[in-house]
Design a binder for this molecule. Structure first.
Ligand SMILES: [Zn+2]
Ligand SMILES: [Zn+2]
Length: 287
């Protein structure tokens, strides 16, 4: 029953995003798509991914919840569920046990099938590191249980404020594009792109997914060194999530940012001949 509901709602939102073709078009609406897509993309990557799954930096309890709420409004389920499964992905990457490997399970299942399969991917054991460490916060447990509330409130709020055009451009279309931007990291980034590091999995770096998933496209970098707060290891590897984390750290909202160790930069130089001095890279940080 739950699986059917998850699938129906997911496909309903995907199909309904076509409503953008039937409502008045304006640049303001495109801007609304962009804000909704990228703000929630940063929410997902900053909170669900780099914070809950990889502890790439620290933040306070209120900030953690605010970002987790923004991320949850992306309609990609709750923070503990998402991050807990992601830890499993890294543990088994492209081997038996990986919840979403295109190599093991095929493209469709790795892209959306696993996400919609509430029977196989419902509850995580309490021993999962994400549940163990972040499950102690009741507000996160609540958000994880009622993960459908933030997207529902966003959809209702947009509809009340601006009718069908706002709902279509501010929720339906960006929720659809963001779903595929996130899922592409699990599929496209394990199939297409370049490999700077010789990791045991098939992870790849891809500039297109990096743009649409707010910096997550540097996935081969990430599989090589998961702990770093930045996935773009060099200034030219666009990583909006990193810029936000860095900006938060400047005003005291984030701290203990995990850097890319010098040995990883050395490894990159030795493999590709890219001779970048990390000191210089830091000096050229956009933020
Ligand atoms: Zn991966
Ligand atoms: Zn990861």
């Amino acid at each position: 029953m739950k699986k059917k509901l998850t699938m129906s709602l997911f496909w309903l939102v995907q199909a309904s995003s076509l409503l953008v073709l039937f409502v008045p078009f304006s640049l303001g609406m495109v801007a609304m798509w962009a804000v909704s897509h990228f703000l929630r993309a940063i929410g997902l990557t900053l909170t669900y991914h780099r914070y809950f799954a990889h502890r790439a930096f620290k933040m306070g309890r209120v900030t953690q919840f605010v970002w987790a709420y923004i991320a949850a409004s992306a309609m990609q389920k709750g923070p503990l569920w998402w991050a807990g499964h992601h830890v499993t992905h890294h543990k088994f990457a492209d081997r038996e046990g990986d919840p979403h490997s295109p190599i093991i399970s095929g493209f469709y299942y790795a892209h959306v099938g696993w996400f919609l399969n509430d029977v196989r991917h419902d509850r995580l054991p309490e021993t999962n590191p994400v549940i163990r460490d972040f499950g102690k916060y009741p507000e996160l447990r609540l958000l994880d249980e009622f993960y459908w509330v933030p997207p529902l409130l966003l959809a209702i709020g947009l509809y009340v404020a601006g009718g069908l055009p706002w709902l279509a451009w501010g929720f339906l279309l960006p929720t659809t594009t963001l779903a595929h931007a996130t899922f592409a990291i699990n599929t496209i980034n394990h199939l297409y792109g370049s490999r700077r590091f010789d990791t045991v999995d098939e992870s790849r770096n891809n500039v297109i997914t990096a743009v649409f998933a707010a910096g997550e496209g540097w996935h081969n970098n990430h599989h090589r060194y998961q702990r770093s707060a930045r996935n773009g290891f060099y200034w030219w590897e666009v990583d909006p999530t990193w810029y936000v984390i860095k900006a938060m750290s400047l005003v005291g909202l984030a701290w203990d940012l995990q850097p890319v160790p010098e040995r990883i930069y050395r490894e990159a130089r030795e493999r590709t001949g890219t001779r970048i001095d990390p000191e210089k890279v830091e000096a050229q940080e956009p933020v």
